[in-house]
Design a protein around this ligand. Structure first.
Ligand code: SAH
Ligand code: SF4
Ligand code: F3S
Length: 445
């Protein structure tokens, strides 16, 4: 019996891929290692979008040297975006890695592991492009009620700071019929919430059908009877009126939208190759709020892009205040070798970036509190996920706006029975990162 463990970094695409790795290995007779025990096979699905993600892998793999000393048969496999980027070169820094694979050949992992077992040298296989969607491989969902469904892979946008197009390849859409058929199967299998995935879901279908067909896809997925639909990510330049209308009309599509702005300065947006202006972005935000009441808008922002001045940063702060984000992910610019921005002049000094970053985080937190406040007193439909991290007697779930809600378990109810069910929760208190309430009703367990 061989046991395995998958360690995942990075975005939702990697989370989805890690479910495929677990499913694949299980069909090959591998078993998940029990918690607290050392697995025979350790698979890393890696991320290199920023330097700190890169460093995390180095640290984790380096620390496995000790395990290899006592259990030399342990196999270490590194895949995902670092595997794709580095291939063979990875072995120079991490010679005790046994298998390197990329983002296009996930399905080959079991075979590569078998080869590595009998090979004296590490096995490296990285392909330039792929033809299969990982969703077509057997999968093992982390939560039975939630599924990731990729609709596109790769990216054609080439934002100048971003490594993703280089490690995930050109954008490819999946046939709409395949997507809908998979969603139908998931509903039959008890899934309540589906997250449609793509680096830019709004351009879905352009390569296959000559024009984007995302709005239509939303409608087709909604028609499967799934309770909740989320999707990520939306590039502002491609968010169509049809998509906004579909979001507004379809009750199963959550009133939540991740719309990365990256910067509020037109000069920086141009240097980033984002292809919209701050004015266009804010006009879009206005249309969204008008069409979708209670919309939870979220974003990504980069601070300290080369040449960013105080004025540029102030423009970003302006967009943050105007957009009233329910949530924002803030990043310090990290030069990625091979991207155009890595060659740009005028790096912003670290201390300046840090100060701006701190100011931005404060504004973002303020925005999150503002979004949460009016929810107090309302009853929210919450999809229960399990117990809160701090207290096993408290349940945790999410509103359709993707806000975490904590509530004491109803008397005599086992929270594990409620996981994957919808509960009506009256919100009584709002914090920056979560809401607290009381359960008023729930689906039969
Ligand atoms: N396709 C998505 C997400 C890509 S990566 C999109 O277009 O929004 C997630 C986020 O990481 C990006 O939105 C960006 O804010 C951030 N990011 C990407 N490259 C970065 C870099 N080199 N330095 C800092 N942040 C970066
Ligand atoms: Fe990267 Fe831009 Fe593509 Fe997003 S849209 S993955 S930020 S290149
Ligand atoms: Fe990271 Fe690759 Fe996703 S670089 S953000 S895991 S596409």
């Amino acid at each position: 019996m061989t046991t395995f463990e998958v360690r995942t970094f990075g975005c939702q695409m990697n989370k989805h891929d890690s479910e495929r790795v677990a499913g694949l290995l299980r069909t090959q007779g591998f078993l998940p290692a029990e918690e607290g025990t050392d697995a025979d096979v350790i698979v890393f699905l890696t991320c290199c979008v920023r330097e700190n993600a890169d460093e995390r892998l180095q640290g984790q793999v380096a620390s496995l040297k000790a395990l290899k000393a006592v259990a030399p048969d342990t196999l270490i496999a590194v895949g995902g975006c670092i595997g794709q980027r580095d291939g063979e070169i990875l072995l120079r820094q991490l010679p005790h890695v046994d298998v390197v694979f990329g983002t296009h050949n996930l399905g080959r992992l079991p075979e590569l592991l078998i080869r590595a077992r009998t090979s004296d040298v590490p096995v490296v296989e990285v392909l330039d492009s792929g033809t299969d969607f990982t969703s077509d491989l057997p999968g093992e969902r982390e939560h039975p009620w939630h599924a990731w469904v990729p609709i596109t892979v790769g990216c054609d946008n080439f934002c100048t700071y971003c490594i993703v197009p280089y490690v995930r390849g050109r954008e490819r859409s999946r046939e709409m019929d395949d997507i809908v058929a998979q969603c139908r199967d998931l509903v039959a299998d008890g899934v309540r919430e589906i997250t449609l995935l793509g680096q830019n879901v709004n351009s879905y279908g352009r390569d296959l059908y000559g024009e984007p067909r995302f709005a239509e896809t939303l409608r087709a997925v909604a028609a499967t009877g799934i309770d909740r639909i989320r999707f990520a990510t939306s590039h502002p330049k491609d968010l169509s009126n049809e998509t906004i209308a579909a979001m507004a009309e379809l009750p199963s599509v959550c009133a939540a939208l991740h719309l990365p702005v990256q910067s509020g300065s037109n000069r920086i947006l141009e240097a980033m190759n984002r292809r919209y202006t701050a004015e266009e972005y804010l006009a879009l935000v206005k249309r969204l709020y008008a069409a979708i009441p209670g919309l939870a808008l979220s974003t990504d922002i980069i601070v300290g892009f080369p040449g960013e001045t105080e004025e540029d940063f102030e423009a970003t702060m302006h967009v943050v205040r105007e957009s009233r984000y329910a949530q924002a992910f803030t990043f310090i610019y990290s030069p990625r070798e091979g991207t155009p921005a890595a060659l740009m002049d005028n790096p912003v000094p670290r201390e300046v970036t840090q100060k701006r970053f701190d100011r931005l985080v404060k504004a973002v937190n303020e925005g999150a509190r503002e979004y949460n406040k009016p929810l107090v007193g309302t009853v929210q439909k919450v999809l229960v996920e399990g117990t809160s991290k701090r207290d096993v007697r408290v349940l945790a779930g999410r509103t359709q706006g993707n806000k975490v809600v904590h509530a004491p378990a109803p008397n005599g109810v086992d929270i594990s029975q409620l996981a994957g069910k919808f509960a009506d929760i009256r919100i009584e208190e709002s914090q920056t990162w979560f809401l607290v309430g009381t359960v008023e009703g729930y689906e039969p367990t």
